[in-house]
Design a protein around this ligand. Structure first.
Ligand code: NAP
Length: 473
C-alpha cells in the first residue's frame, strides 16, 4: 500500500484506503492509504513549524530542491506514464507529454523564483526610501483534480515551495496512485522537515478539513467551480487567500473568412484530447452561417478518423473517460439536444467503458450541450449570423476560461479579443492550450485569486510587503 507523508515520515494509517480501479478494463490497482482530518491537523501543524525555516531558506537553495524533485521525476518517467495510463485512461503519448511538460515547468519555476523581486517606488516625501518585497503566505493547502493529475499538482507544489510556502497536498482520489510518484519526488528533496506533506483521501473529508483549517493561509485549488466556490466560502471566514482554477465551457469562434480546414483540425483536437476531459477543451463551436455547413462536414470527417480504445496502444487517439458520470453527462446532453432538434453527424454511441467521439450539428445556444460543461469527447456546433452574434453567444455563460477564434482578418481577430470575456484567447490555434510563458486563469466563474503558470503563478503564491525607510534627520 502507498502511504501518507507527514512531517518527513511515511505513515500507514490503521484504517482507510483508496482502492483504485482502472477505467481501461476495471482491474484493481495498487491501494493507497487514505488520511483523516486528524492527519490534516498533524500535517498543517508541521507546516506551521516549518514556515520560518522555509521562508528563511535562501531561494537559490529552494530552487535547487525543486530541480532535484524534477530530476527524480525525470528518472521515473516511464513508470509514471504507465501508472497514469492505467489509472486515469490517458493515452501513452498524452501521459508522456504531461509529465514532460510538468518537468519543464518545475525547472522554470525554480529559475523564475530567483528573479522574483519587489520594486522600488519614488516617495512623495523627502528622505524616504520605499520598496516592496514578495513574501510567502505560510501554511498552504493544495487540492488538485484527476484530469491533469501530474502537471497541475507538480506546478502548484513547485510554485508554492519555491516561493517559501510549506504545503499540505490532498490529490484527487481518482489519481491517488499517480500522485504517489510526485510525493516520492518531493519527499526526497533537501526541503526542511514538514515543508511538504501528502495526504490522499476523499476531498469531502481530507480536502474539506484542509480548506477549513484555521492555520492554512493560502489555498491553491484546481477543480470544479462548485467545489472551488465552497472552499472559497470557508476560507473567507478567516480571510485566507485562495487561488482558484475552475471549470469552463470554452468556445471556439469560426468566422466567415476562416481557414476551415485549419479550424477543423484544431476543434477536433480540442474536443477529444484527453477524451475531452480538459478544462480548456473545446466545449462549444460557434460558426458564422456562411461557412457553417463546410465546417460541420470537415469536423465530422476528421472526428471519424479518430481511433478509440485501449490508451496503451500506440494508435489510440481517445482513451476511456475516467468514470460513469462523464458517460452519463455526455449521453444525457446528446439525447436532450437531439430531442430539441440537433443532429448527430458522427458518433453518438456510448459503451460500458468508451465514448465514441460525437459531433452535434444544429445546436441551439440554450441546449445543455452548449451551456453545461460536458468533459467528454463531444463537439456541439452552433450557427450564428455574424461576428457580433458569435461573441455574444460565446459570452453568454457563467464561465470564461480559454477561447479561440479562427479568422484571416487582423481587425476581426482584435475585435474578438476585445469582446470575449475570457482569461485567454488563442487566434488560429486550438483553445486547449497552455504554456509556461503565458498566464492561465479564468474570468467570471472559471477562476479567481491569480494565475497559473509562469512568474504569474509565483506572484499568486506570494503577498506584497511594503517597506518605507525614513532616513531624514
Ligand atoms: P472536483 O470534483 O472539484 O475535485 C477537485 C478536487 O477537489 C479533488 O481532489 C476532490 O477530491 C476535491 N474535493 C471534492 N470535494 C471537496 C470538498 N468539499 N472540499 C475540498 N476538496 C474537495 O473536480 P474534478 O472532477 O477532479 O476535476 C474536473 C473539474 O476541474 C472540471 O470542472 C474542470 O474544468 C476543472 N479543471 C480546471 C482547471 C483550470 O485550470 N481551470 C484545470 C483542470 C480541471 P476527490 O477526488 O476525493 O473527490
Amino acid at each position: 500500500m502507498r502511504r501518507l507523508y507527514i512531517n518527513d515520515e511515511w505513515i500507514e494509517p490503521e484504517s482507510g484506503q483508496i482502492n483504485p480501479t482502472s477505467p481501461v478494463d476495471g482491474s484493481a490497482l495498487e491501494t493507497v492509504a487514505a488520511g483523516t482530518p486528524a492527519h490534516v491537523d498533524d500535517a498543517v501543524e508541521a507546516t506551521v513549524d516549518a514556515s520560518d525555516t522555509l521562508r528563511e531558506m535562501n531561494v537559490h537553495r529552494r530552487a535547487e530542491a525543486i530541480n532535484a524533485a524534477m530530476d527524480a521525476i525525470e528518472n521515473r518517467t516511464d513508470e509514471i506514464v504507465s501508472t497514469m495510463t492505467v489509472e486515469v485512461g490517458k493515452t501513452t503519448s498524452e501521459a508522456r507529454e504531461e509529465v514532460e511538460s510538468a518537468i519543464r515547468s518545475g525547472r522554470e519555476y525554480a529559475a523564475d523564483a530567483v528573479r522574483l523581486c519587489g520594486e522600488v517606488t519614488r516617495s512623495q516625501y523627502d528622505d524616504r526610501h520605499n520598496f516592496t518585497r514578495r513574501e510567502p503566505y505560510g501554511p498552504t493547502g493544495v487540492i488538485t483534480p484527476w484530469n491533469y493529475p501530474f502537471e497541475i499538482p507538480t506546478d502548484h507544489l513547485s510554485a508554492a515551495l519555491v516561493t517559501g510556502n510549506p504545503v499540505t497536498w490532498n490529490p484527487a482520489s481518482a489519481a491517488a496512485l499517480t500522485a504517489t510518484h510526485i510525493a516520492g519526488a518531493f519527499a526526497e528533496t533537501s526541503l526542511p522537515d514538514g515543508a511538504f506533506n501528502f495526504i490522499p483521501g476523499s476531498g469531502g473529508t481530507v480536502g474539506a478539513a484542509l480548506s477549513g483549517h484555521p492555520a492554512v493561509r493560502l489555498l491553491a485549488f484546481t477543480g470544479s467551480t462548485e467545489v472551488g466556490q465552497r472552499i472559497a466560502a470557508t476560507a473567507a471566514e478567516r480571510s485566507a487567500e485562495c487561488l482558484l482554477e475552475l471549470g469552463g465551457k470554452d468556445p471556439v469562434l469560426v468566422l466567415d473568412d476562416a481557414d476551415v480546414s485549419r479550424a477543423a483540425d484544431a476543434i477536433v483536437l480540442g474536443s477529444n484530447y484527453n477524451c475531452g476531459q480538459s478544462c480548456s477543451g473545446t466545449e462549444r463551436v460557434i460558426a458564422t452561417e456562411s461557412i457553417y455547413d463546410e465546417l460541420v462536414a470537415a469536423v465530422t470527417a476528421r472526428t471519424e478518423e479518430l481511433t478509440v480504445g485501449d490508451p496503451r496502444d500506440a494508435e489510440t487517439d481517445v482513451g476511456p473517460p475516467i468514470n460513469d458520470d462523464i458517460r452519463e453527462t455526455t449521453e444525457r446532453q446528446i439525447t436532450a439536444a437531439v430531442e430539441a432538434g440537433a443532429r448527430v453527424t458522427t458518433g453518438g454511441s456510448i459503451g460500458d467503458r468508451y465514448i465514441e467521439p460525437t459531433v452535434l450539428a444544429d445546436v441551439a445556444p440554450e441546449m445543455q450541450a452548449a451551456t453545461e460543461e460536458t468533459f467528454g469527447p463531444l463537439t456541439p456546433l452552433i450557427s450564428v449570423a455574424d461576428r457580433e452574434e458569435a461573441v455574444a453567444v460565446a459570452n453568454d455563460t457563467r464561465y470564461g476560461l480559454q477561447a479561440a477564434v479562427f479568422t484571416e482578418s487582423l481587425q476581426d481577430a482584435h475585435r474578438v479579443i476585445d469582446g470575449l470575456q475570457s482569461g485567454g484567447v488563442v487566434v488560429n490555434g486550438t483553445n486547449n492550450f497552455w504554456e509556461h510563458q503565458l498566464p492561465f486563469g479564468g474570468f467570471k466563474q472559471s477562476g479567481s485569486g491569480g494565475e497559473y503558470k509562469g512568474r504569474w503563478h509565483l506572484e499568486s503564491m506570494t503577498q506584497v510587503k511594503a517597506v518605507a525607510i525614513d532616513y531624514g534627520d
